[in-house]
Every structure is written in C-alpha cells, then in structure tokens.
Design a protein around this ligand. Structure first.
Ligand code: HEM
Ligand SMILES: *[C@@H]1O[C@H](CO)[C@@H](O)[C@H](O)[C@H]1NC(C)=O
Length: 334
C-alpha cells in the first residue's frame, strides 16, 4: 500500500516535471528572438531603419503596401528569412514565381535602402539580417500609414535557398474559401482570428484588375456579378476595370481610405465591398462574420488583433543561432 502511494507520487512528480519542461520549452521556443537582440552589436538599428523607411515613404506611398506584402510573402515561403529578396541569374527565384511577380519593387528597394543605412554605421556593418530589417521596415510602414506601432522581435537569420517550387501552394489566392485560408494559415500556427486581422492589410495598397475581373463580368452561369459583391461597387469596378483593360492598371483595394491603415477594410466588407472572394467571404461565411463585425466597429480591437497576428507571423519558420547567415547583400547569398 505504502509502496503504491510512493509509486503514484513518483509518477505524479515526473508528470509535473515533464509538463514543467514542456511549458518551458513552449514558452521559450522563440527565446532566440528578442526585442533587444542587437543591443550590443547595433544599438541604433531601430532608428537607422526608421529614418531610411521614412525617407522612402515620403517619396512614394507605395512603400507601405509594398513592404507589408513583401513581409507576408517572405514569411509564408521558407519562413521569415528574407528568401523572397534573393535574385538568381537563372530567373527561377522565389520572387519570379507568378504569385510573387506582382510584388511591387518599392518593397525590395525599401529593404535595400534600410540595409545600406544600417551598414553605413561601422558598428553595425554586416551585423543585422535582411530578415530583421524587413520585419522592422514592416512595422515602420504600418505606423507611417496610420496603423499601430509595436515592438518587433529580432534575431532572425537570412536563408540561403530560394526556389520557384517553394512558392507553389504556399501563398493564398484571391479566390480562396475560408477553409482553404484556414488550412494555409493554421499550418503556420495562425488562427482564424489572426488570418482575419492580417487580411486587414488590404486597407492599403493596390490590386490589378485580373484578380477580381471574374467577379464583375463572368461570375457564374446564373449571375454575371458575384451576388456577395455590392452591386453599386461592382458597377464602379467595371468602369475602372473594363474588359480588355491594360493589364498594368491597378486600383485601390480600400476605396474609402486607401492610404490609411485603419479598419475601413472591415466596414467595406459589411457593405459588400471586399475586392476579392477571399476578402468578402470573411463576412459572408458565418464562422468569421462576428470577427469582421467586431473589427468593423472597433479600430482599437482591430489594431490589437493585428499586432498579435503580425508578431506571430514574424515567428514563422525562423532561422536563429547559427542557422543561415547574415547576408551582406540582401539580394544574394554570401
Ligand atoms: C488572406 C489571404 C490573402 C490573399 C488571397 C491575398 C491576395 C492579394 C492579392 C491578389 C493582391 C493584389 C496583388 C496585385 O494584383 O498586384 C494583394 C495585395 C496586397 N496584399 Fe494580400 N492577400 C492575402 C493576405 C495578405 C496579408 C496577410 C497581408 C499582409 C499582412 C497582405 C498584404 C497585401 C498588401 C499590402 C497588398 C497591396 C500590395 C501593393 O499595393 O503593392 N495580404 N493581396
Ligand atoms: C453598397 O454600397 C453603398 C455605398 O457605396 C452603401 O450605401 C450600400 O448600403 C451598400 N449596399 C449594401 C447591400 O450593403
């Protein structure tokens, strides 16, 4: 009897020890990322990046949407390792994939300019990864466009691999259903709420007409206009994006406040003014509708959820410690 109790206690304490270790492991699994990672190697990294990004933003607003989308596309393919920035002589790099080809050049230019600014400080030269510079620049453009500011975790290392195949099936398409979006985002540890909050990035920036032309001209045999699309808005879209429009034409994704990072994206969804199926469906699908309503009615709730979600996005597939490298030139491996 006494022995039995002893054994039970041993079992209980080993379970306790095990769960303690497990929770330590889970809570420190991003321990290699920290907000003060460059405290001794490049203490001014935040202000160096911010000045360069601000100067670029003053030249062109596209800096903001281009950089934000670049960060997302980087993180979903091989993790946040700046692999999206690599150029290959073969023309078969990540950025050459059809899903990345519309990434605006100003996003790449923002990182290159910020990297140059960091490397002009002798203390910092070749100490800060391109992946971290992209994460910082993303925070800065969101704030510059009127969105929330937040602390950025640092310590990512740059990847050395970039392939077309890595992109295939790893980025969402504008005709995705809620299930398809949830499957893709949850494979990176992001919840449906994170996904809805991150989609709010479409409150700034542009889309080419081809991404939604089916919705306004030839949706189904029964209805030429997607019935979930606001009809007035659909007719306006037809004016801006007529059949056989110049493929270079791009229109604002948020027609109400296209240059402000705010919750207007969700207010638009409530009115049937989501540009892509993957946007509008967040409101039409009953599983995500409440979240859209919440963000539509509270900019503060949206901002808070966005900060949580983009911080989680910044941890996806990261390389730390002695994995990868600190690239000297963000467009090429060392
Ligand atoms: C939820 C699934 C998503 C889909 C299906 C999607 C799809 C798209 C598409 C088709 C475009 C237009 C590209 C073009 O025609 O040039 C676009 C633009 C954009 N996306 Fe997304 N996206 C998604 C999520 C995100 C996320 C999570 C972010 C960032 C956190 C983001 C940021 C942006 C930005 C800022 C633009 C504008 C880019 C520019 O103006 O240069 N998107 N997205
Ligand atoms: C369609 O959009 C207009 C504003 O452009 C709005 O007044 C109207 O309520 C919307 N219709 C629906 C069904 O949401």
């Amino acid at each position: 009897m006494g022995k039995q109790i002893m054994e039970n206690q041993t079992t209980t304490s080993s379970i306790l020890l095990f769960s303690l270790l497990l929770s330590l492991f889970l809570s420190t699994s991003y321990a290699q990322l920290s907000q003060n990672f460059y405290q001794s190697t490049c203490p001014n990294v935040e202000s160096l990046v911010r000045s360069a990004v601000t100067a670029k933003f003053r030249q062109t607003f596209v800096t903001a949407p281009a950089t934000l989308r670049l960060f997302f596309h980087d993180c979903f393919v091989r993790g946040c390792d700046a692999s999206v920035l690599l150029a290959l002589p073969s023309g078969a790099a990540e950025k050459d994939h059809p899903d990345d080809i519309s990434l605006a050049g100003d996003g790449f230019d923002t990182v290159i300019k910020a990297k140059a600014a960091v490397d002009r400080d002798p203390k910092c030269k070749n100490k800060v990864s391109c992946a971290d510079i992209l994460a910082l620049a993303t925070r800065d453009v969101v704030a510059l466009a009127g969105g929330p500011s937040y602390k950025v975790e640092l310590g990512r290392r740059d990847g050395r691999i970039s392939t077309l195949a890595g992109v295939q099936h790893n980025l969402p398409h504008p005709d995705f259903s809620l299930d398809q979006l949830n499957t893709m985002f949850s494979s990176h540890g992001l919840t449906q709420t994170d996904m809805v909050a991150l989609s709010g990035a479409h409150t700034i920036g542009f889309s080419h007409c081809s991404r939604f032309s089916k919705r306004i001209f030839n949706f189904s045999p029964r209805s030429r206009i997607d019935p979930t699309l606001n009809r007035t808005y659909a007719l306006q879209l037809r004016q801006m994006c007529p059949l056989n429009v110049d493929p270079r034409v791009a229109i604002n994704m948020d027609p109400t406040t296209p240059r402000i990072f705010d919750n207007a994206y969700y207010q638009n969804l409530v009115q049937g003014m989501g540009l892509f199926v993957s946007d509008q469906m967040l409101f039409t699908d009953s599983r995500s509708k409440a979240t859209v309503n919440q963000f539509a009615s509270s900019n503060a709730a949206f901002k808070q959820a966005f900060v949580t979600a983009i911080t989680k996005l910044g941890r996806v597939g990261i390389k730390t410690g002695n994995q990868g490298e600190i690239r000297r030139d963000c467009t090429a491996v060392n």
